[in-house]
Design a protein around this ligand. Structure first.
Ligand code: PXP
Length: 235
């Protein structure tokens, strides 16, 4: 199973002060050195964390795959065509939400999604769709004439309520996605505890994890940062 590290919240910390640090390429490289297989970022319409310049810096600054999460808008698709990340992940986006709150409704976006898959394939960019582990969405996915390369299953509900029923939904969805010969990824809200369980799901080949990893990084890194500062001011 591969690990995609989402570094949006490194940008959140940077933007809190409008500084140049923490540097995103540096952060991505640390994640890669630690074993991240690819790097994920979400360019939001309001640019609340990742900025346009970050895309260029990361595209040229890292040697692993870049997965760009975007809403299905013309603005974002034009940017994706210019940047040409390894993959784009289409997510629903509401301006006022704190984070992506759920998966796409494939049926209501059917024509748009078909166009996106075709257009992105023409630009050599793989397409991932973020959907809930929900049989209705899987049914619509089965009916799509042109399939995305990847489906990312939204694990948010499972992580908020890790019941056996919710876990089974993820297992069954992953199996169904595999049967359609589509690569299955999963993400949202995953902690170490959730990861121990989700890694057992057959057919999920990658996890996308952000907020928890950055939170852990702050806690683990704070000790050494304070040590360095204390040494500077006392020696
Ligand atoms: N996958 C998708 C599609 C997302 O939108 C996000 C959040 O940006 C994640 C995974 C990562 O979620 P988290 O930050 O909760 O680990």
């Amino acid at each position: 199973m591969e690990l995609g590290v989402n570094i949006d919240h490194i940008a959140t910390i940077r933007n809190a002060r409008g500084t140049l640090y923490p540097d995103l390429v540096n952060a991505a490289q640390i994640a890669i050195d630690a074993g991240a297989d690819f790097i994920t970022i979400h360019l939001r319409e309001d640019r609340r964390h990742i900025k346009d310049k970050d895309l260029y810096d990361l595209k040229s600054g890292i040697q692993v795959r870049l997965n760009l999460e975007i809403a299905a808008t013309k603005e974002m698709l034009d940017i994706a065509k210019e940047i040409k990340p390894y993959s784009i992940c289409i997510v629903p986006e509401k301006r006022e939400e704190l984070t992506t709150e759920g998966g796409l409704c494939i049926n209501s976006m059917r024509d748009k999604l078909l166009n996106i898959v075709e257009e992105m394939h023409n630009h050599n960019v793989k397409v991932s769709l973020f959907i809930d582990p929900d049989f209705e969405q899987l049914k619509y996915l089965k009916e799509l004439e042109l399939k995305p390369d990847i489906i990312e299953l939204h694990t948010g509900n499972y992580c908020n309520n890790p019941s056996e029923t919710n876990f089974k939904l993820i297992i069954d969805s992953a199996q169904c996605i595999n049967a359609l010969a589509i690569e299955c990824h999963a993400g949202h809200g995953i902690t170490y505890e959730h990861a121990k369980k989700v890694r057992q799901v057959p057919y999920i080949s990658a996890l996308n994890i952000g907020h928890y990893l950055i939170s852990e990084a702050v806690l683990h890194g704070l000790y050494s940062a304070v040590k360095v500062m204390k040494t500077i001011i006392t020696n």
